[in-house]
Design a protein around this ligand. Sequence first.
Ligand code: RIB
Length: 302
Amino acid sequence: MKILNFGSLNIDYTYDVEHFVQGGETISSLRLQSFAGGKGLNQSVAAGRSGASVWHAGAVGASDGEFLVDLLKSSGVHTEYIARVPGPSGHAIIQRDPEGQNCIVLYGGANQTIRAEQAEEVMKNFTSGDWLILQNEISAVGEIMERAHARGLKIALNPSPMNDKIRSYPLTYVDLLILNEVEAAAICPQAKDDSEQLLQNLRKDFPSCSIVLTLGKQGAWYSSKEKQFFQKAFSVDTVDTTGAGDTFTGFLIGALARGVTEEQAMQEAAAASAIAVSREGAAVSIPTYLEVKHFLQQDFKC
Ligand code: RIB
């Protein structure tokens, strides 16, 4: 089973700050680092390192994006569907506080040059039963979903970052929805504070799709027509949460594409994201499958 990830590729500029800058305030940062990132790239790297067969489609700037493509290649991800376009690659300005939490400003760049025609061409190489992973950092997401559905691909949507465009997408085509509580509350009009209630409301609105509701440090719910269970998060020292959710998503779908049970896939995803938050950066913090296996063999506490 193949995985096609049509997603963003960003250059992340990460600034260490004492606290997040407030409106009208000017602060000095303590350190600047630059990493490969983007929710799409991070998820492809995670799925590739989980051992799945992954193709990344998207666009980078011809003059500044080659190192993003190289990182994907070195993670075992196929890159022939990544276009080089005039103008800059997408980038993210990330503030990281002493607790490893972040806030992010995005510049779309090349990620916003994706058109339906590119989707049409790429989709010819995939078939019924293959997975498509999507986030919300590129243009033409709705058109990509239409074409994938027509070819019988299974669609996994991570509606992040959440914005008004999400409602215009054909959400009934989604087979697996992976989202956090904030995104769930925005997508589900009757959202509630309690996560189980929130999950039930999501189930009513999306009755035929499987749902993974992530709750940060607590863990994540898996809910489908057949089963529902909770995977606790592993407890580790947090260094940088950037890309932890992407690591979870990529490892989860990678494991499902390899054919393991949903329980095992959720456990591997939780372990992978725990390792990622204990390291700096987005894509560079994503572990390999062997590291995840080793982590699970040790006695880490949930
Ligand atoms: O989810 C983390 C990612 O969000 C970062 O790598 C940044 O590029 C933004 O897309």
